[in-house]
Design a protein. Structure first.
Lengths: 580, 254
């Protein structure tokens, strides 16, 4: 990746570029490097970035400050850091660009993965800047990650394009998109905040994020930005804008629906929307839409998106083990100057990263991390007064504590391992997991059997820490859950295994989990094909084949696992211990 | 146990420990386990006995993986003292793992102030009283305080990792009542420190350090040196630092 040497210089500022990944990046070496340091010009040479080109998953952050005045910089100038692959030209969809705003909050950190847009990396860029002028942005996909499909319906300057990203796990809300100012590339800003509120909790636990950001005068292409939420961790759901909301557990999360809170903000009156509409579709993954809703925000901002169920009930009830898809389509109508400026509770937020992994081929036993993210606990009203308001990833540091609040910086590094072995009545598949919490929404499997005998009983499933024996989730497969299969043909296709998160306590970091299949009849022979860990995923990672299907794990999505269940060995008999 | 008599300038510790009881040379206790096989299913290949222990709130951890079918015994030295330790065993074959055996429990008695041991190298075993106050430390992890624009106060960025405990242990290695010759078959001299030096230089995943109160640290032990004192009564005292390096046991392969 090269940094564009033509980026405007800012007098009196100093650029620092650093990486957070243990890759060798000259000249700073692993973890940290200052590659440019100047009091007179701020052009960053491309050398260090070139060093990134051979790596995967690297990430670097740019931090700008006024070396004479410190934070915040006194300059109001706006500068930009751009990165593009060397094989491509500037100002196209492969260009990654990032503003550095001296006037913005500090640390003004922008991050890119590396390599960018190459099919394996993904970008996180956080823009933290006060809007200067108003302009519409269009959300669009900026990734070329296998398994992620973006409709690409950039229809007008007043639409947020749907961006479908791969799933996440656990109590996390994540939104990633790219913004293009197509209406007026010379204008800047448009800020929109989206929030989500589970009605459980009587109006508390609203959380919202700013998702709007800057346009540019000389840059026409996408900026990436993201917003992540954690609503009330106790609700244990997640929401990714334009992605999957994955419910864990069996208890109904909400019988009355969700409110989606929307507000916009900006300055001035240029090209401002009269209002915008946010449409939300809640659907079972993958096929059934269960609720829809729309809302618009007036000048004052907040509004609610009521959900309308299939029967017009305005509500839906979460079903155990289901995954839900929230699709947001935001349409901003042209109009007057009515989205007023408003403060964002967090103007310098989040750019947690997900581990970037390149695994081109998989062998038995491979462990493929598919990403990760961090929870950010929020308190009521969306303003994490006691909890962290913002955090960012810094080299060697991972989480942030705001005051005395509890720190919840769980790292969801779910993964998917290729599997494993033939096992007994207990068939195991590795699910190596390095996070500190994990939520299982379900496991999908295609099941067949040998010997010509139909399975007559439920095939039970559990996720167990094999080291400690702790069972984190249990589930079962029954013929009733067959969706596409034909029992008589000897194969159950696309069986859902509903797993109940039986242990709210997070497994310890680096716990190795196993998906364990077992029957009650020793000697049964089963074959399990295509086991995927849907619902056991995080961040964007790999997967997300469609906007309704998310398969975390392998770049190629679902993989096959052949498990022949044999007789399980009998337990040994342990004698009474003696002290020696 | 630490001496009950206060150590003051006019009452140095060698005077305090001059008449320490015999437990100054403590014997390390272990839990001996044995089991019988439930049989290897036909067509399957035995891989290992999996021995697990649970003596804390974190559940069972594998402490040994024994790859000989006929080897059905194991001695665990690392169980917490004065705490109920639960054990279970399972057979692993190429087709899976058996259910675990019935859980058996036992409680290891606490002997002395500190016990140093290792399942990976049981001959390191050493149990001694300590003297002086116990003052464990919790090393600070890196905390960076960052002021953020538009936000009062600062934000603290912390590392995710637990840096672990650190103890400073003044170990009463020998006394006149229990001289080195009793343990080593040799007289006083630098060799008297050999038990400690072996622990400090142990090439094991960790040294398991236990106290009589049920605490346990999977640690690396370093030495600040030692001293032999003849003022009042002969004693050998080693100053050790115990730094926690692991939070779960190492599984011994046999």
């Amino acid at each position: 990746m090269n940094y564009n040497p033509s980026a405007p210089a800012i007098s009196g500022l100093q650029w620092r570029v650093r990486t957070e990944r243990a890759v060798s990046i000259a000249p700073g070496g692993p973890g940290l490097g200052i590659i440019a340091d100047s009091t007179t010009t701020q052009v960053i040479t491309g050398a260090a970035f070139n060093a990134l080109s051979a790596t995967s998953g690297g990430r670097f952050a740019c931090d700008v400050y006024d070396i004479t005045a410190g934070y915040p910089p006194v300059s109001t100038a706006l500068s930009q850091l751009r990165i593009a692959p060397t094989w491509d030209s500037w100002n196209n969809s492969n260009t990654q660009s990032q503003y550095i705003t001296p006037a913005g909050p500090s640390p003004n950190i922008c991050e890119w993965p590396s390599p960018l847009n190459n099919g394996t990396g993904k970008s996180y860029v956080f823009l933290a800047n006060e809007a200067q002028r108003n302009e519409l942005i269009t959300l669009r996909d900026f990734y070329n990650v296998p398994g992620i499909r973006i409709p690409g319906e950039v229809a007008s300057s007043y639409k947020f394009n749907q961006a479908t990203l791969a799933g996440l796990s656990g109590r996390r809300i994540e939104w990633v998109g790219a913004a293009t100012n197509v209406a007026n590339p010379s204008s800047w800003a448009f800020n929109v905040s989206l929030g989500i509120q589970p009605l459980v909790g009587s109006g508390t636990n609203i959380s919202w994020r700013s998702i709007g950001l800057l346009g540019t005068s000389w840059w026409y292409n996408a900026q990436l930005f993201e917003a992540k939420w954690t609503v009330n961790p106790a609700t244990r759901f997640q929401w990714t804008l334009n992605d999957v909301l994955n419910f864990a557990g069996t208890a109904p999360l909400n019988n009355t629906g969700f409110s989606i809170w929307v507000r916009g903000s900006g300055y001035g009156g240029w090209y401002l929307p009269q209002f915008f509409t946010l449409a939300m579709v809640v659907a079972h993954s993958p096929e059934t839409r269960v609720a829809t809703g729309t809302a618009f925000a007036g000048p004052t901002g907040w509004t609610t998106v009521p959900l309308t169920g299939p029967a017009g009930s305005g509500s839906f009830t979460k079903q155990a083990g289901r995954k839900y898809l929230f699709v947001f389509r935001s349409v901003v109508d042209p109009g007057g100057d009515i989205i007023s400026s408003m403060p964002f509770f967090s103007t310098n937020v989040v750019s947690p990263h997900s581990p970037q992994v390149t695994v081109n081929t998989l062998d038995s036993g491979d462990v493929v991390p598919v990403g990760g993210s961090y929870d950010m606990p929020l308190s009521s009203a969306g303003v994490p007064s006691a909890a962290p308001t913002q955090y960012t990833r810094m080299p060697g540091l991972a989480l942030m504590a705001g005051g005395a609040a509890s720190v919840d910086s769980q790292v969801y590094n779910d993964l998917y391992a290729r599997a494993v072995s033939t096992v007994g009545v207990s068939a195991q598949q590795n699910l190596r997991y390095t996070g500190s919490s994990l939520t299982f929404g379900g496991v999908r499997a295609t099941i067949g059997w040998a010997g010509g005998t139909e399975p007559t009983q439920v095939l039970r499933v559990r996720i167990v820490n094999r080291g400690t024996g702790v069972v984190y989730a249990t589930g079962s497969i029954s013929a009733a859950e067959v969706r596409n299969g034909d029992l008589r043909s000897g194969q159950l296709s696309d069986v859902r295994i509903s797993l109940t998160d039986s242990t709210p306590t997070a497994p310890p970091i680096n716990t190795q989990l196993f998906v364990e299949f077992f029957t009650t009849t020793a000697g049964d022979t089963w074959q399990v094909y295509g086991l995927s860990d849907r619902g056991v995923h995080s961040a964007q990672g790999y997967g997300g084949l469609t906007d309704t299907e998310v398969y975390a794990g392998a770049p190629n999505g679902e993989r096959d696992l052949l498990v022949t269940m044999a007789q399980r060995p009998s337990a040994p008999t342990l004698a009474v211990p003696t002290i020696v | 146990m630490p001496p009950t008599m206060p150590i003051t300038a006019d009452r140095p510790y060698w005077a305090v420990v001059a008449n320490k009881p015999a437990c100054v040379v403590g014997a390390v206790k272990g839990v001996s386990l044995s089991w019988t096989s439930g049989g290897v299913p036909a067509g399957q290949v035995f891989r290992a006995w999996v021995v697990q222990r649970s003596d804390d709130t974190f559940g069972y951890f594998e402490i040994a993986r024994i790859t000989l079918l006929a080897d059905t015994t194991f001695v665990d030295w690392e169980g917490r003292r004065n705490v109920v330790c639960s054990y279970r065993v399972a057979m692993e074959t190429d087709s899976g793992i058996s259910p675990f055996s019935t859980v058996r429990t036992t409680t290891l008695p606490g002997c002395c102030g500190y016990t140093f041991t290792s399942n990976a190298q049981p001959d390191l075993n050493l149990a001694r009283d300590d003297i002086g106050d116990r003052e464990p430390e919790w090393p600070d992890d890196d905390v960076t305080f960052v002021p953020l624009y538009g936000r009062n106060n600062v934000v603290a960025f912390r590392g995710l990792e637990d840096p672990g405990d650190e103890l400073r242990v003044k170990l009463l290695l020998w006394t006149a009542a229990s001289p080195p010759s009793a343990g080593l078959g040799i007289g006083p001299g630098t060799v008297a420190w050999e038990p400690v030096r072996r622990i400090v230089r142990a090439q094991t995943p960790y040294v398991c350090v236990l106290d009589e109160n049920g605490s346990r640290w999977y640690a690396v032990v370093t030495s600040d040196g030692g001293g032999s004192h003849t003022n009042g009564a002969l004693s050998w005292i080693a100053s050790l630092r115990v730094r926690q390096v692991a939070d779960r046991p190492y599984s011994v392969s046999a």
